[in-house]
Ligand binder design. Structure first.
Ligand SMILES: C[S@@+](CC[C@H](N)C(=O)[O-])C[C@H]1O[C@@H](n2cnc3c(N)ncnc32)[C@H](O)[C@@H]1O
Ligand SMILES: [Zn+2]
Length: 315
């Protein structure tokens, strides 16, 4: 944890300032210590460089394993592509100059692929995650001077309202028990005049019904078994590439068809293991933006990628 995090971290319950006690510091990084709330007396430990506002990954713990098994697959700096940078741009529409000098919230940071990109654009980025994915993000980028990593639940974030200039949440809210409530919590952290962008699974078309039925079984299987089973996507892809059979199979995509074998394994695991995986529709997400005072809404290409600008009033 960087000392600068005290500028925005508060007690998640009462929103009072936190007092830092340091047990081990390396340069400007607090590695072990705790944060205590003078108001409610609760202590939040700092363990292995990360302030911890939750004790477990709860319903989302599959992601802790997911990101520790696929820790660098989607990092542009490791795979030599700009795919994550493109996903971020196609979800937010924000340009280089929109980031410069801003305080940005990454909700559900995972292994940190978007935080890496945002930090390169000269913004200060705060990544939160409910699970031990945050330890993976820390091993990837924890010592980066512009990246803060925090283990916290988006439903009880250790920030005051209207703290961030920009916030984004990519592939996260549909994995919570209540995506609309999750959206409200994230929207509340954005300053007036700031902006929020989200990426959500869409519920259009019939193709997700069969995988959803399979999920009824796979979400109950041991994660190590699912790790092995999802590797089937690596060779199966070549059947999907065949001229005639492939065309038929592609009507019902049961595995990720990403050209990188590691990415396809990861994505397939990611489809079949999380407890929650809601599919949303454009009108409802549009209403979430408006009722939370986010207007000037832009809709990007699928699945559901939208962003809005925070105004003082809801409509
Ligand atoms: C599919 S991953 C996406 C990670 C990252 N945004 C990306 O696209 O690479 C979803 C992430 O959301 C996190 N998550 C789920 N529920 C959460 C919650 N209530 N609070 C914070 N993070 C949560 C999971 O732990 C997981 O790392
Ligand atoms: Zn408190």
């Amino acid at each position: 944890m960087k000392l600068g995090a005290l500028n925005f971290l508060v007690c998640p319950s009462c929103k009072s300032e936190l007092e830092l006690r340091v047990q081990l510091q390396q340069g400007s990084e607090v590695v072990e210590g705790n944060l205590s709330c003078g108001q409610c007396g609760v202590e939040y430990p700092i363990v292995r460089g990360i302030p911890r506002f939750v004790k477990t990954g709860a319903y989302a713990s599959s992601f802790g394993y997911q990101w520790s098994w696929f820790r660098t697959v989607q990092l542009d700096s490791c795979n030599g592509t700009h795919e994550s940078e493109r996903t971020l741009a196609e979800t937010t529409g924000w340009k280089e100059e929109d980031y410069k000098g801003r305080l940005v919230l990454d909700v559900g940071v995972g292994a940190g692929r978007f935080a890496e990109i945002v930090a390169k654009k000269d913004a200060e980025v705060v990544g939160i995650d409910l699970t031990t994915a945050v330890d993976v993000a820390y091993s990837n980028f924890g010592r980066h001077e512009k990246i803060h990593l925090i283990q916290a639940d988006l439903f009880a974030m250790p920030f005051r309202e209207e703290t961030f200039d920009l916030a984004y949440s990519i592939g996260v809210l549909h994995h919570t028990p209540d995506p609309r409530a999750a959206f409200e919590r994230v929207a509340a952290t954005v300053k007036k005049g700031g902006a929020l962008a989200v990426y959500l699974y869409a519920g259009y078309g019939p193709t997700h019904h069969f995988p959803d039925m399979i999920r009824k079984v796979t979400t109950r299987l041991p994660l190590r078994m699912m790790f092995a089973i999802s590797a089937i996507a690596v060779p199966l892809y070549y059947l999907y590439r065949l001229p005639v059979l492939g065309k038929v199979l592609r009507l019902l995509p049961l595995i990720s068809l990403h050209p990188s074998w590691r990415w396809r394994w990861l994505d397939t695991f990611d489809w079949y293991t999380p407890r929650y995986q809601w599919k949303l529709l454009y009108p409802e997400v549009f209403r979430w933006f408006r009722t939370n005072g986010l207007l000037d809404i832009e809709v990007f290409d699928d699945p559901i990628r939208m962003r809005g600008v925070k105004t003082g009033w809801a409509s």
